[in-house]
Structures are given as structure tokens and as C-alpha cells.
Design a protein around this ligand. Sequence first.
Ligand SMILES: O=C(CO)[C@H](O)[C@H](O)COP(=O)(O)O
Ligand SMILES: [Co+2]
Length: 216
Amino acid sequence: MARIAPSILAADFADLYGDVRQVESAEILHLDVMDGHFVPNISFGPPVISSLRERTDLYFDTHLMIEHPSEYVEAFQNAGADRLTVHVESEDDPGAVIESIHDHGMDAGIALNPDTDVGRVEPYLDDVEVVLVMSVQPGFGGQSFMPKTLDRIERLDAMGAAEIEVDGGVNSETGPKCVEAGAETLVIGSSLFGQSDVARALADLRESVGIEAKSQ
Ligand SMILES: O=C(CO)[C@H](O)[C@H](O)COP(=O)(O)O
Ligand SMILES: [Co+2]
């Protein structure tokens, strides 16, 4: 069953909880952490996640676009993250970071950029709870979905990925195609928080992807 993971990258940071409370029914929240090195942008880190943790029980799906994830596993655990997804292109050994994430009691994911061969995540498929497929170059919201992602999702599905999450440019047009290709979790930022009525936009997106409201 597909699900939508709202990405707060496109939310109003001055009224962050105001936006988050409008997507409480989603059950999962996508948190984009950027360090200005792995990607040319800086977003937010553990303090923001920790503050949100005090306000919501949403599952915190934390996407680490940082060069050295191994150095921050404990900080994100303390902040209340439920899952840490690290990039296979990061400077650290993915296998060791995944093990550390599990040792800290969190779920682990492996992410790959649009131009990275899908074969690079194969060694980790049995060890992670999710594979995050970037469908835009990481670093910024509001970009257009790269159509080649659909083949990549199909290949990862055939390789036996447990859960496939697609991230970037997902909307009512591209979302259903991702689900058909084998994705389960759709990260949606600007098509959700960029809208005047966020809760309505979430309901409409669910409908376009064929998700029953009560299952979300
Ligand atoms: O990881 C990301 C960017 O690096 C974001 O999760 C992604 O871009 C979501 O935003 P949008 O739906 O606006 O594309
Ligand atoms: Co993301």
C-alpha cells in the first residue's frame, strides 16, 4: 500500500508546527537535513527535529544529505528520529553507518542520487528498511521529476528492495507512475506545502495516487 511522506523542506519554517499539524494524518514526515557540503544548500538539523518531536507522534523519516552521517547518528537519535537514511555517495562507509543506526535503535535507509548506478546499493539491500531513490538532484525542492527514475524503481524492485521511497518532483501526475513502477513511499514537498490549503492538497494527492484516507 502506497503512502505519502510530506517533506517539510517546502513548509513555512516560521510556522513549522502550523504546517506539520495539517499533515498529521500522513503518519510519516520527511525531514531533509543538508550540510552545505554534500549538497550546495543548508536546511536544518537535530534542534529543529527535537522541537518537532515534542509536538507530534509522526514517524520521522530523516533524509541525511550530509558528508559524514556517522558522526551524527547519536545526535539524531537524541533528537527523536525514527529512521535515518544515508546516501551511498557520502564519505562514510554505508555498511558501518547502517549498523550504527540500527545499534541506536532506529530504522536505516540507503539513498542514491539520480546519476548513481543502482548496483551500488545492492550490497546493502538486505540490511536496510528502505531504499530512497532521488528523482531530482539532491539539495533543493521544487525541481522536475526525472522520468528515468521509473526504470530505476523497477530495477530496485526486481533486486528485492524491501521498501522503495521516491523523492523529488513527485505530484499527482508522477506519483501514480512511481507506485506502478514499484514505489511504496512518495516524498512530496512543494506540491503539498506550496499549496494554500495543505490538508486539502494532501487529500487530493492521496486520491490521485489511489490511497484510501483511513489507511494513511
Ligand atoms: O530531498 C529533497 C531534496 O534534496 C526533498 O525531499 C525533495 O526535493 C522534496 O521536495 P519536492 O517535492 O519539492 O521536490
Ligand atoms: Co528528501
